[in-house]
Design a protein around this ligand. Structure first.
Ligand SMILES: NC(=O)c1ccc[n+]([C@@H]2O[C@H](COP(=O)([O-])OP(=O)(O)OC[C@H]3O[C@@H](n4cnc5c(N)ncnc54)[C@H](OP(=O)(O)O)[C@@H]3O)[C@@H](O)[C@H]2O)c1
Length: 273
């Protein structure tokens, strides 16, 4: 089965929970806090115990809700990813942003901390050496990047000699297959996790009849087939965002089974690069 993936030395679930929209988008929204906390707990209890959040999401409120939701779990029962925004990439800014995220999440360390977007105005070396400091102080366990193309990922690896860059989080779905040009192959060879965001195209993949037809053989839905197709590949972890309980249940059901090689190929061919 392909349900557990590697991030650094850790085993994590192949499908985790995205949180863009939980607690608001660009502004904090408190209107559904209780519901959102329950949704995150429900995802964890259904096996989606890797949570992807960021200081940018709802100006930190998404992190607060994640922090609230994980209170009842032991720290190693969840794997928390957060990200530093691209305007905070100077050394002091990174250190302070991480402290703020830790406070909002109410935890003493973040499992994986990502550079959310590259910013050529700040030398990558400066940001990554701040990330190294955070690792050395035990504030984060792993460092990674997001929205880095292969060339930039290679540069990042060079600029962080003492620690591995364990992941690149990029947009990847059946309809958006750019990572297959070179990044995916590289991640596979180098054992770097490729974290696929917007993996179900905001829910639109649910309307794909072709996937629904294939899913019938397995007792699975179009969304479950689309997610299983993503995680079929060794380095890929998918992080759909869901707050409706039936969506969370459905997304978690993308794990625990595997497409046949023939169906995997048929799907790959149908939605060409
Ligand atoms: N690093 C980056 O730059 C970056 C960029 C974009 C996203 N991300 C991360 O990736 C996560 C996922 O991406 P995303 O939020 O853009 O898009 P997405 O996961 O492709 O789609 C989320 C939408 O799909 C719906 N949905 C979830 N499960 C469903 C199902 N089984 N059937 C039908 N609809 C379903 C959700 O509805 P409900 O919520 O109503 O249940 C929500 O509206 C984000 O939340 C964020 O954590 C990272």
């Amino acid at each position: 089965m392909n349900d557990l993936k590697k991030i650094g030395l850790d085993a994590v679930p192949a499908v985790g929970l995205g949180t863009w929209g939980i607690g608001g988008k660009t502004m904090p929204d408190h209107s559904k806090d209780k519901q959102w906390v329950e949704a995150i707990k429900y995802a964890i209890n259904n096996g989606m115990w890797l949570i992807d959040t960021a200081e940018f999401y709802a100006q930190g409120h998404a992190e607060e809700l994640v922090g609230e939701a994980i209170k009842g779990f032991k720290r190693d029962e969840v794997f928390i990813i957060s990200k530093v925004w691209y305007t905070h990439l100077e050394r002091e800014q990174v250190l302070q942003a991480a402290e703020r995220s830790l406070r909002r999440l109410s935890i003493s360390y973040i499992d994986l901390y990502l550079i959310h977007w590259p910013n050529e105005r700040v030398p990558l070396r400066e940001t990554l050496s701040a990330m190294q400091e955070l690792i050395d102080k035990g504030k984060i366990r792993y460092a990674g990047v997001s929205n880095f193309d292969l060339q930039l990922l290679l540069k990042a690896r060079e600029e962080m000699p003492r620690s591995e860059i364990v992941s690149d989080e990029v947009k990847y779905s059946l309809w958006h297959r750019e990572p297959e040009k070179d990044l995916l192959r590289y991640c596979e060879k180098e054992k770097i996790a490729l974290i696929a965001y917007t993996p179900i195209e905001k829910g639109s993949i649910a309307n794909e009849n072709f996937l629904a037809e294939i899913g019938k053989k397995y007792g699975k839905t179009a969304v479950q087939v689309a997610l299983n197709w993503l995680i079929y590949k060794e380095p890929v972890i998918a992080i759909p965002k869901a707050e409706k309980f039936e969506h969370i249940r459905e997304d978690a059901g993308a794990m625990g089974w595997r497409l046949s090689p023939e169906d995997y190929k048929a799907i790959s061919d149908k939605y060409k690069l």
